[in-house]
Design a protein around this ligand. Structure first.
Ligand SMILES: Cc1cc2nc3c(=O)[nH]c(=O)nc-3n(C[C@H](O)[C@H](O)[C@H](O)COP(=O)(O)OP(=O)(O)OC[C@H]3O[C@@H](n4cnc5c(N)ncnc54)[C@H](O)[C@@H]3O)c2cc1C
Ligand code: SF4
Length: 516
């Protein structure tokens, strides 16, 4: 039997082939990659999400083996006898006479705690960086103060300067830090015809699906033997290249647009690289450099508003939410500032609702494990906040259903940005909107059972009355907020009868939430 002195653990979201661990081949080092029941079961995941992680892990193990490293890959069958990851590591260490156990810093608090609490008899334990994020974890405190609102825009500008991205000396390229004012248009019929068909892969995952079924892992969503998501670095790079070529030229312009007219072109101009990034098959700087390269081409179709908008997502939002997460955990997971308690309606799990926007967003999520940011924030998230859904249930839903969902990024987006359950650590105002916002940014309302123009009739769009119910029930918190004060002025000017009818309609919607 081969003798190993060290065991190195690679978690499913640590598939970073450029990590310094792999620079040298050492036959005394055993790499452990394992499918885990604890990870497949801690929420009900989309079946494509589990398949994508397992397929990407298998590919990563093969790539390491090909490069000459010693790798132990355990399937659900192999790991079934262990209660959890800690027990499994202890057994592998014992079996192989391991002297050193090494792991990369996990990105989720839950796993970080599990690793910190690990104790192995006669084995030295050490932890290193995952070498993925742009902002080192130990520097987060210099950027983000715990328990306080820290502006994303200030964070983003510091990151631009620090990494010298889109800068002309100490000034932002184009004279502005942010070009959002020029972005965010609705898709007109002619624009819809121009949308690119997404690059989809056809990765065979039949064996993985059989394992998931054999181990009775409860899942949601459409299972597919031919997985469209990238599962190795090569495919991730192809997807990035596809995005830079066909989508980046219009990325910011149509970033917030939504349409149901595109069965084939469902991801619009979005990149769909979040799974490749969050599993670390892509590095954020690699993504930024690819976008900049395209922008800097002679006669590039990419203007500053598109590339700035995209880079802001990667070095701004993505790094910012991770920093807020770590600055505020573990308390962040408990926050419920708006005291929301309603149960998640059943249609979040099956799409059976008469609200066209919700049906579209949920059906698409169940089919592809994907919805773009505005579908998550302003449709499902907005509805849940207006209806006062329990943020724990929201977290579980978002964490389960999306291909890219890992707690460090899912939770600040859900509990913070979309539900305002963190009391304003992320957002300066709740992302609350009536049906008119959805109507402005989409064509969903045209085919809806409800009328977006009506406010309190039987046919009225539920978002319209729920919006006012939400604003009035949280008046103490938001009436004096300069970013929401205007809504309260409109409310004050409304006729008393109209106000009463709106609140009655909202009460009806809340009482009959399951049948909306
Ligand atoms: C309620 C809610 C839950 C969310 N949950 C997740 C999640 O679990 N995992 C996740 O990666 N993103 C999450 N997001 C953020 C965002 O919606 C997704 O990153 C994005 O939709 C992924 O699709 P894309 O790759 O096509 O993104 P694009 O629109 O093409 O954007 C490019 C990249 O920018 C990054 N990005 C953009 N916005 C954000 C953001 N707000 N936070 C972090 N990164 C961002 C992502 O890495 C994304 O891949 C959530 C947003 C909301 C409102
Ligand atoms: S009318 Fe209301 S419920 Fe229907 S699609 Fe429009 S916003 Fe959604």
């Amino acid at each position: 039997m081969q003798k190993f002195h060290s065991l190195r653990l690679i978690l499913g979201d640590q598939l970073n082939g450029s990590h310094s661990w792999y620079r040298q081949v050492d036959d005394g080092v055993l790499y452990l990659i394992t499918e885990l029941h604890q990870e497949a079961n801690y929420v009900k995941h989309h079946i494509q999400k589990i398949s994508a992680f397992f397929a990407a892990m298998e590919n990563f193990a093969s790539a390491l083996t090909k490069a000459g490293h010693q790798v132990k890959y355990l399937t659900l069958d192999d790991s079934a006898n262990f209660n959890n990851l800690s027990d499994l590591i202890a057994a592998v260490c014992q079996e192989n006479g391991i002297e050193n156990f090494e792991y990369q810093q996990p990105d989720e608090y839950r796993l970080a705690q599990q690793m910190e609490n690990l104790s192995l008899k006669s084995v030295q334990i050490s932890c290193c960086d995952s070498e993925h994020f742009l902002l080192p974890k130990e520097e987060i405190a210099e950027y983000i103060k715990p328990d306080k609102h820290n502006r994303m825009e200030s964070f983003y500008r510091k990151m631009r300067v620090r990494f010298n991205l889109l800068m002309d000396s100490d000034q932002p390229r184009g004279g502005r830090w942010n070009f959002d004012g020029e972005n965010r248009q609705k898709l007109k019929p002619a624009d819809i015809a121009e949308l690119p068909e997404p690059l989809l892969f056809a990765n065979p995952v039949g064996d993985i699906l059989k394992r998931i079924e054999a181990h009775n892992i409860a899942t949601i969503g459409t299972a597919t033997e031919s997985l469209l998501w990238p599962v190795n670095r090569q495919q991730s790079l192809e997807l990035l290249d596809f995005f830079c070529t066909y989508c980046l030229p219009n990325f910011g312009r149509f970033q917030d647009a939504m349409t149901h007219q595109t069965d084939k072109r469902w991801s619009l101009y979005h990149s769909r690289i979040s799974f490749a990034l969050n599993s670390k098959m892509l590095h954020p700087m690699q993504v930024v450099e690819a976008a900049l390269k395209r922008f800097e081409e002679v006669d590039s179709p990419v203007d500053i508003a598109q590339v700035e908008g995209f880079i802001r997502q990667i070095i701004g939002w993505r790094e910012y939410v991770r920093a807020v997460y770590w600055a505020n955990m573990p308390g962040y997971a408990e926050r419920n500032a708006l005291d929301a308690k309603t149960d998640l309606p059943e249609y979040f799990w099956n799409g059976k609702t008469k609200m066209s926007c919700m049906k579209q967003a949920i059906d698409q999520s169940l089919k592809y494990a994907y919805a773009h940011h505005i579908q998550r924030l302003m449709v499902t998230g907005n509805f849940a906040m207006l209806a006062g859904i329990d943020p724990d249930q929201m977290d579980n839903w978002y964490l389960g259903i999306y291909i890219d969902a890992i707690e460090w990024v899912e939770m600040p987006n859900t509990r913070g940005m979309s539900q305002f359950a963190d009391g304003g650590l992320i957002a300066t105002k709740p992302y609350a909107a009536s049906g008119s916002y959805i109507n402005k940014m989409s064509d969903y309302c045209k085919d809806c059972h409800y009328s977006v123009k009506e406010r309190f009739t039987e046919n009225a769009c539920p978002f319209n009355s729920l919006y006012w119910h939400f604003m009035t029930r949280h008046g103490d918190r938001f009436a004096r907020n300069p970013r929401t004060a205007m809504a309260y002025r409109s409310w004050d000017k409304m006729d008393a009868e109209v106000k009463q009818s709106l609140l009655q309609r909202a009460e009806y919607c809340l009482t009959n939430i399951e049948s909306l």
